[in-house]
Design a protein around this ligand. Structure first.
Ligand SMILES: Cc1cc2nc3c(=O)[nH]c(=O)nc-3n(C[C@H](O)[C@H](O)[C@H](O)COP(=O)(O)OP(=O)(O)OC[C@H]3O[C@@H](n4cnc5c(N)ncnc54)[C@H](O)[C@@H]3O)c2cc1C
Length: 170
């Protein structure tokens, strides 16, 4: 709490916008935005976008994942309707692809927040991987990023793959 109040005084824009305001309650700080659903689907229900996962606010992954998972979910449901099978198990491939992509992007996000890591330092050491970084951050999340992950692992620890988001009851 004190952190926000002090910070608001150090930030000219916030200070000037709050100067005539009357505080009516406590200040609250929001953090820990990331979440991942335990399952992606059950009978009659399928999750996409924020309902499936929210990775991080910095990289604008929210809209990208919402749009990407929306298209993927629509394709999976469409083929399920054609084959008259909408059981949760049907959406295994949807879940795997989406989760693998999110895990790929999550490695970059976690590196970004790790002390001692910068994308500049990574690219200075591994200039051939610049394209992989921009591909992943711009939404091509299901490429093979093994070389990129190995390079990042020489600088900071890589998070364990999340084993979440599969269909329920499969
Ligand atoms: C302040 C803020 C800033 C952000 N900035 C960015 C950014 O710069 N770049 C970026 O990529 N992402 C950003 N995000 C994240 C991004 O907005 C979300 O990740 C994205 O909108 C998720 O899309 P969605 O379709 O999954 O969910 P939503 O956009 O939340 O859509 C869900 C919709 O379902 C509706 N709904 C809920 N319950 C029901 C119900 N029972 N019946 C019918 N409708 C229902 C809701 O009203 C809503 O319209 C930001 C988020 C916030 C809060």
């Amino acid at each position: 709490m004190k952190f926000l109040i002090n910070w608001s005084r150090q930030n000219k824009w916030i200070e000037s916008n709050l100067k005539d305001a009357h505080q009516v309650g406590e200040y609250w700080v929001t953090n820990e935005y990331s979440n991942h659903s335990r399952y992606c689907s059950k009978q009659g229900l399928m999750l996409a976008g924020d309902a499936y996962c929210f990775l991080d606010p910095v990289f604008s992954s929210g809209l990208m994942l919402a749009l990407k998972s929306g298209v993927m979910a629509a394709d999976a449901i469409d083929s399920g309707l054609i084959e008259n099978d909408l059981t949760p198990a049907r959406f295994m491939s949807y879940a795997r692809t989406l989760r693998d992509g999110i895990n790929n992007m999550r490695i970059l996000v976690c590196a970004f927040y790790s002390e001692g890591f910068t994308f500049k330092a990574l690219i200075d050491r591994f200039p051939n991987l610049a394209g992989d970084v921009t591909d992943c951050l711009s939404g091509d999340i299901n490429k093979d990023y093994t070389s990129l992950h190995e390079a990042i692992a020489t600088m900071v620890p890589i998070p364990k793959k999340m084993e979440l988001g599969m269909p329920l009851n499969t």
